[in-house]
Design a protein around this ligand. Sequence first.
Ligand code: PLP
Length: 411
Amino acid sequence: MTGIAFPQHAPARAFEVVDGELAIGGIGLTRLAARVGRTPFYAYSRAAIATRVAELRTALPAAVQLHYAIKANPMPAVVQLLAGLTDGLDVASAREMKVALDTGTAPEHVSFAGPGKTEGEIAQAVAAGITLNLESELQLEQALAAGERLGVAPQLALRVNPAFELKASGMKMGGGPKQFGVDEELAPALAARIEAAGLKLRGFHIFSGSQNLSAEAVVDAQRKTVELGLRLAAGLARGIDWLNIGGGFGVPYFPREQPLDLAPIGEQLEGLCAQAQAAQGVPLVLELGRYLVAEAGIYVCRVLDRKVSQGHPFLVADGGLHHHLAASGNFGQVIRKNYPVAVGNRIDAADREVQTVVGPLCTPLDLLADRMEMARARPGDLIVVFQSGAYGPTASPAAFLSHPEVVEVLV
Ligand SMILES: *Cc1c(COP(=O)(O)O)cnc(C)c1O
């Protein structure tokens, strides 16, 4: 796969250019748009996802188990593909649990995290035989009660909110007061309660943050996480079956961001795996969402109109924030920056211009590219937003302004 260089953004490595057009899954963009039948759409590349998992496996010790966190991209075809490439699936709702189980993944390889599980969801998870990553004492009692009612031994793990914080993370999900998991001081009491109920605690789940591009910060967090997990496990009569150390590997989206350097992470994990094996005889589990799918996906919309306002060219597209909130800058970002955006059917055209790409919604928030240099576009051209395989359609307000829903294809 050839890479496409963008002046200020990380290169889009997953795609090639054929006859001046971006191609995905070997299909030129114009032809793919004709096949899909309408714009806007998301296209995800099977080859890019498979390559990503293979590269990750090469960089990490073989003993590390790799899970896919479905919430990053729950399209059933994508989840099916990843079910075959990873060692397990992590879900965050009963509906994601259904998608995971529909792939044929065995329930013992599915786990369920989330600070607000309903009693109904807990009962569904117990009935399914998947592992519940418990995040409160009430969740624990409800799981035990569901097990009694159903005559099924619940598969229980404990999500722990560590006292340490993940440095340099895009989104912190541990350290300090948090709604996620139980504070590490409380974990021994809940673990004891599980053992007192005659059950083995399956494992600890310690997820401290997301979208991290600093290898140093990831290495630091993983070392502290394994230390904490093994310390907690040492106090148990029956031990554990695995230690889930979270993930949070980031991908570069914005100018000057660099891809995460896996080498130091893989290097340290060799030692941490050996440590977990020696202390408890258990594997480490990594759960990744974004990292596995983000760079494998593009969002494609069509230029409806081109207007010039006070000398500045605007491309008005048929897609925008209602399908791709993150690219508009409104999904957890403090300062808006441009995703990598290009005119996909004129990807390497020499006639270039600084243009602004906006969506069809009646709000100035509906912005896909703010004054970016790209091929000079005209109505009918196809705008591509790269790095769009994660947190796309399901992380966007699709109903806002009642435009048509977006289509998704895996090619
Ligand atoms: C969101 C989430 C993930 C996935 O995070 P990414 O940044 O997409 O890798 C994994 N585990 C848990 C518990 C999560 O909440």
